[in-house]
Design a protein around this ligand. Structure first.
Ligand code: URA
Length: 210
């Protein structure tokens, strides 16, 4: 496994991902599993968030306790499949900002082409979680992180559900400073750039468009 990759293979995640992989799982259940996995993976990704001591008062007495401090969060789904991660992550951190990057894959070259971008102004002061369920060729992920860095982002993590070995290699070569969190590393890509065995087209499965 490449250095800056973290495989989050919790049994609950493995179970839910297997349910998502099955071609018999319908759109509604697919979305539910993805939202649940987003929360479980978000829990891992955010485990090094800084906290600070604060004083609070329980109904019985004052105490010192800890609350989140420091950098705020920005979730950046890569359209459209990355949107599937947003609800679950926002349930964990409701105050997070959400940016969007729209990229489509040129079907011939498989290169990523930008068609939309909207990010908060203060990206430099935020932990940025870039989310896309499938890290396939890695081209979209590399392009999205390029755009985020150009917009001032420095503290960036990449979240996906399934990565292909070639995608991980391409991504880490371009962005060695950005850790990748994935629930699975699959075998290979087919001739159309789909991950095998994979889950099929993540966008179609989330939005029920096929
Ligand atoms: N995008 C998808 O939706 N699925 C894949 O397998 C690869 C890229």
């Amino acid at each position: 496994m490449p250095d800056n990759t973290q495989l989050i293979a919790h049994p609950l995640i493995q179970h839910k991902l297997s349910m998502m992989r099955s071609k018999d799982t319908n759109t509604q259940d697919f979305r539910t599993f993805l939202r649940e996995i987003s929360m479980l993976m978000g829990y891992e990704i955010l485990r090094d968030l800084p906290t600070a001591e604060v004083e609070i008062e329980t109904p019985l007495e004052k105490m010192k306790s800890r609350m989140l401090s420091g950098k705020k969060l920005c979730i950046v789904p890569i359209l459209r499949a990355g949107n599937g991660f947003v609800d679950g992550l926002l349930q964990l951190v409701p105050a997070a900002r959400v940016g969007h990057i729209g990229l489509y894959r040129d079907p011939k070259t498989l290169e990523a082409v930008e068609y939309y971008m909207k990010l908060p102004d203060d990206l430099a002061n935020r932990l940025v979680i870039v989310a896309d369920p499938m890290l396939a060729t890695g081209h979209s992920a590399v392009a999205a992180v390029n755009l985020i860095k150009q917009a001032g982002g420095t503290d960036i993590k990449f979240l996906c559900l399934i990565a292909a070995p070639v995608g991980l290699k391409t991504f880490h070569a371009a962005h060695p400073d950005v850790p990748v969190f994935t629930a699975a590393i699959d075998r290979e890509l087919n001739d159309h750039g789909y991950i095998l065995p994979g889950i099929g087209d993540a966008g179609d499965r989330i939005f029920g468009t096929k």
